[in-house]
Design a protein around this ligand. Structure first.
Ligand SMILES: Cc1cc2nc3c(=O)[nH]c(=O)nc-3n(C[C@H](O)[C@H](O)[C@H](O)COP(=O)(O)OP(=O)(O)OC[C@H]3O[C@@H](n4cnc5c(N)ncnc54)[C@H](O)[C@@H]3O)c2cc1C
Length: 203
């Protein structure tokens, strides 16, 4: 019986950090337990509002005055809407003190904010790793881009990062999970207007 309660690792929280830690630990054979305070969400099955057209919502997927009153922090940005309200921790039940503005948008459920984030994640370039030294404020990092590049790739391939291939030395390309045809189309449209843009597709 005692053996059942013995673990190599305990992960608290199943969000991006905890989820990733648990994935790596279990894949390497460690007996891992994950503790999550929020409700369960089963991948796929429980995304019941995913792809639902806005005309099927009472307020066309927007926000109501009641929602604005109930979510004094979340109302500051785009996530407050009736399409995903059930994913957000209540601002009223989970108040916090702000001495200066601090936007803290929380999701208490399996997966945490890995279900709400925008899939934007930028690689550091060699310039960033050397910036402290170049600016004369500190020593350079003991590792460089070449050391970390395989690990960026390792995470990106699993997590799914949005973006487009730009081949810029200051912003190395990630391994993108992108609808490449949307990027190509948008780029063609904007090039006609003589602008260079980096395309992101937020899911
Ligand atoms: C709308 C939105 C868009 C975003 N877009 C981006 C983006 O494009 N790029 C980017 O880099 N970042 C983005 N972020 C930020 C990013 O999502 C967070 O920085 C990241 O998810 C934090 O990961 P985490 O594991 O620390 O926390 P979370 O993912 O929030 O996970 C915390 C988990 O811990 C659980 N928990 C909390 N307390 C306890 C407890 N006492 N016991 C057990 N479990 C507990 C929670 O229920 C939750 O599941 C975005 C955030 C939001 C809200």
């Amino acid at each position: 019986m005692a053996d059942n309660n013995t673990f190599d690792a305990i992960v608290v929280g199943s969000g991006i950090s905890g989820g990733w830690a648990a994935k790596e630990l279990t894949e390497r054979g460690l007996n891992t337990i994950m503790l999550e305070r929020g409700f369960n969400i089963e991948h796929g099955k429980d995304y019941e509002k995913s792809n639902r057209p806005v005309w099927e919502y009472p307020h066309r997927g927007g926000r109501t005055q009641q929602m604005i009153a109930d979510y004094p922090h979340l109302k500051r940005d785009y996530p407050l809407n009736e399409r995903n309200l059930h994913y957000w921790a209540s601002d009223k039940d989970n108040p916090y003190t702000e001495t200066k503005r601090f936007d803290w948008f929380r999701g208490y459920h399996v997966g945490g904010r890995s279900l709400m984030w925008g899939r934007q994640s930028y690689r550091w370039s060699e310039i960033d790793f050397k910036a402290n030294e170049k600016d004369g404020i500190a020593i350079p990092w003991p590792i460089g881009y070449k050391d970390i590049e395989p690990w960026y790739t390792h995470v990106e391939k699993f997590a799914g990062i949005q973006g487009s291939y730009e081949n810029l030395p200051q912003l190395p390309d990630s391994h993108f999970f992108c609808r490449q045809w949307i990027s190509i189309l948008l780029r063609k449209m904007w090039h006609r207007r003589s602008k260079h843009i980096i395309i992101i597709n937020v899911h």
